[in-house]
Design a protein. Structure first.
Length: 571
């Protein structure tokens, strides 16, 4: 092991010690030793063989022994133990310019986070703005630097892919001769995270389309450039693949490149049984192309009803199509209102009135205001007195007839014993209560399931919020028996949330499917912390559709009168 590698390990030990909160002199000793070793003129192996390492400045007995272990064995137990003790995500945070070990530790300790993704989510929830030693400007800079780091990771949030795809498509559509176009791939199927973006275009003249695509201002690198297929990497880090086909091939190319692979294999197998051949170029009977002007026509030729892209995973959708039993999937226009929204009373950026106007502009008849409860002090959770003051403000706004009704709600923390963090008389004053776990993730599946089920059993719980606690590309959800939770929700008439925040999408589409099959009602909510966040509902709609959810299964597809009748029936 050379001096450079030894110095790197010593410097990392110094950082880990600082993150752990050890004596600063200890951390500084390892950092000084790292600098000394890196600048050493003498041969390190020779110094060790001759026992002269202690003669070197800044190298004491303890550090000398560890250097000897590292060089002779190629590993260092002390270093490995430190890495185990410090979350890897906390070390990753140090890649953010301006966020050194002390500040990273301060953030992690104050907000209870341990990954880069959690830090990003905390910034989106406006939590660093109020943190001592930070502020709004620091929060903005951290978000910008996280975005830069994310350019180099393999997978991306659905929302990031959506924005990038819209930008590229807007550029492509300016090319002459385009007949049809569509986003394909996992983005069209509304997967929670994506690896790349697929776009299919039909045009009799591919060359100008390819020129506009490859020369688009957002392109960082042209990976491959051909007459009908090109690939680029955008400045945001996402790869985009473009295919230009003749218009007669467009439906087949769109079907093929939308996928999924499993769905395509099942369709090709069905075609073979019918004496046909299906591929990206067409549907053939022998050598004869069977014209199909749309995807719907292809499915029809195969004896099937059109299967929505979100369902194309080979999880029973082909059989359901054949039987005429495909679900009537929920659409954004089916939602009458949204429940999960935060204001600047807790950790939101906008006032209640601003949030209400934005929800009205989005076409909703009602908006549920659900700021954080008193346990979530880190998020500006409301005391009992603040709850009363906020409800007075909401009542005053409703009296002004804004054109949208504001429901008085709360996102109440589920405590370790499963109780909610307000007494019954306070809970009774809300129009709805979202019960959510925000801490204490590291317990067994059985304990977490009991905790959540008890909260669901509370007569004031209306919705179970982000039920697994996951953050996409940041942390896995906690262990919980989702089937037991669904059963409890059904029994106590509690809706399970499809949290549409693109960092969450919790529950996932597999769990949506289980809710659909079990007969459990869901609630699709944006978890908006600013007026812009209200639009995130679309991502929750995509997840619900992937899970076969129909409008009749969605709590907020009910009208305001239907909601009130349902609430009165539970009291």
């Amino acid at each position: 092991m050379d001096k450079k590698e030894v110095a790197r390990v010593l410097a990392e030990i110094a950082t880990l010690l600082e993150l752990k909160g050890e004596n600063p002199f200890k951390s500084r000793a390892y950092l000084n030793a790292a600098r000394t070793i890196e600048a050493l003129d003498a041969d390190l192996d020779e110094l060790l063989r001759e026992g002269r390492l202690l003669e070197v400045e800044n190298i004491g007995q303890g550090i000398a022994e560890r250097i000897n272990e590292l060089v002779t064995s190629g590993r260092l137990g002390y270093y490995e133990d430190l890495k185990t003790a410090i979350p890897s995500g906390m070390v990753e945070m140090l890649r953010i310019p301006g966020l050194g070990p002390k500040r990273a530790k301060a953030v992690c300790d104050a907000l209870g986070i341990g990954t880069l993704g959690e830090l990003e989510y905390a910034c989106h929830e406006n939590r660093l703005a109020e943190l001592k030693g930070f502020g709004t400007k620091s929060q903005e800079n951290i978000l910008k630097n996280i975005a830069f780091l994310k350019q180099f990771r393999e997978r991306h949030l659905l929302s990031e892919g959506q924005v990038q795809a819209e930008t590229v498509v807007a550029a492509i559509r300016r090319a002459p001769g385009i007949v049809r176009w569509s986003v394909a791939g996992s983005l069209r199927r509304r997967r929670e995270t994506i690896k790349d973006i697929d776009i299919v275009v039909s045009s009799p003249d591919p060359e100008p389309v390819m020129f506009v695509f490859c020369e688009h201002v957002g392109v960082e690198t042209v990976i491959a450039r051909g007459p009908t297929k090109s690939s680029v990497r955008l400045r945001g880090g996402i790869q985009v693949d473009l295919r230009v086909v003749d218009d007669s091939q467009f439906p087949f190319a769109l079907l093929y490149f939308t996928g999924s692979k499993e769905h395509n294999i099942a369709l090709r197998g069905r075609a073979l049984k019918m004496g046909l051949k299906l591929n990206e170029y067409g549907l053939f009977e022998g050598d004869t192309l069977l014209p199909c002007p749309t995807e719907e026509a292809i499915y029809e030729r195969l004896g099937l009803a059109l299967i929505p892209p979100e369902l194309r995973e080979d999880t029973g959708e082909i059989e359901a199509s054949e039987r005429g039993e495909l679900p009537h999937l929920v659409e954004e226009g089916d939602l009458q209102g949204i429940f999960h929204n935060h204001s600047n009373w807790s950790d939101g950026k906008n006032s209640i009135e601003q949030m209400a106007h934005a929800a009205q502009a989005a076409g909703y008849a009602y908006m549920g205001l659900s700021d954080h409860s008193q346990t979530a002090a880190y998020a500006g959770g409301l005391t009992i007195e603040e709850v009363r003051q906020q409800q007075e403000e909401i009542d005053g706004l409703n009296a002004r007839r804004l054109g949208i009704h504001i429901l008085r709600g709360i996102e109440s923390d589920i405590l370790p014993d499963g109780s909610l963090d307000y007494p019954d008389d306070v809970l009774a004053a809300f129009d709805f209560v979202i019960a959510s776990v925000h801490s204490g993730f590291l317990i067994s599946e059985a304990e977490m399931t009991r905790r959540i089920v008890k909260a669901v059993e509370n007569p004031y719980t209306t919705i179970l919020g982000h039920p697994t606690g996951r953050l996409l590309l940041a942390r896995d959800g906690y262990a919980v028996d989702i089937d037991q939770v669904l059963e409890a929700c059904i029994q106590h008439e509690v809706a399970i949330e499809v949290n549409a925040n693109p960092h969450r999408l919790d529950i996932n589409w597999h769990q949506c499917r289980r809710a659909h099959e079990a007969g459990c009602r869901v609630s699709i909510n944006p978890d908006a912390h600013a007026v812009q966040g209200i639009a995130d509902v679309v991502f929750g709609i995509g997840t619900a559709r992937r899970g076969w959810i129909e409008p009749r299964e969605v709590l907020n597809a009910l009208s305001l009168d239907e909601l009130e009748a349902k609430r009165q029936a539970r009291l």
